[in-house]
Design a protein around this ligand. Structure first.
Ligand SMILES: [Zn+2]
Ligand SMILES: [Zn+2]
Length: 165
């Protein structure tokens, strides 16, 4: 989505709401099997005394594969994003700044960057997912598999405690 900001740039204090769906056809992420709902991007662009800021949120539902146990699970993805829009780039390396092309903002580019930069490299079905047994492949979230001692001494200690009860 491209947004003409000429009027906003000329009017300090002015705000402009935006909302659009991001095309994800050519985007792939580790651990994401499918986008279950459209990726919606919503936010506002404001002129703060000449400084143009964008704040927004990206939301979608995704079907993921757990990095540890390989289980498929759906989850809600939501990330906030913020950027500065400027007509002249003074610092090329600052990723928060986006150049306006003749007063027009490329919101799709900003949303794509935000989505890519904010993605967790390892998606887990739950924070304490125990994963699969490296020997027999059993899902250890469903219980121990009997392959012998747990390599994690904390787990062994816990098991001893539980066996005493
Ligand atoms: Zn898992
Ligand atoms: Zn096992």
């Amino acid at each position: 989505m491209r947004l003409d900001l000429h009027e906003l740039i000329a009017s300090p204090g002015k705000k402009l709401d935006f909302a659009f769906e991001l095309d994800t056809a050519d985007l792939t992420f580790d651990g994401v099997l499918e986008f279950l709902t459209p990726v919606t991007v919503k936010g506002v662009i404001e002129n703060h005394a000449g400084l143009i800021t964008l704040t927004g949120a990206i939301e979608t539902d995704i079907l993921c594969q757990c990095a540890r146990c390989l289980k498929e699970f759906p989850t809600r993805f939501r990330r906030e994003t913020a950027a500065y829009l400027t007509e002249e780039l003074e610092d090329e390396d600052n990723e928060d700044y986006y150049l306006l092309e003749d007063g027009v903002a490329d919101l799709e580019e900003i949303a794509r960057d935000a989505l890519i930069l904010n993605f967790e490299p390892r998606l887990l079905c739950r924070d304490d997912c125990k994963g699969l047994c490296p020997k027999c492949g059993k899902d250890l979230n469903e219980g121990p598999c009997g392959c012998g001692e747990d390599p994690d001494p904390r787990m062994a200690a816990l098991r001893q405690l539980l066996e005493k009860e």
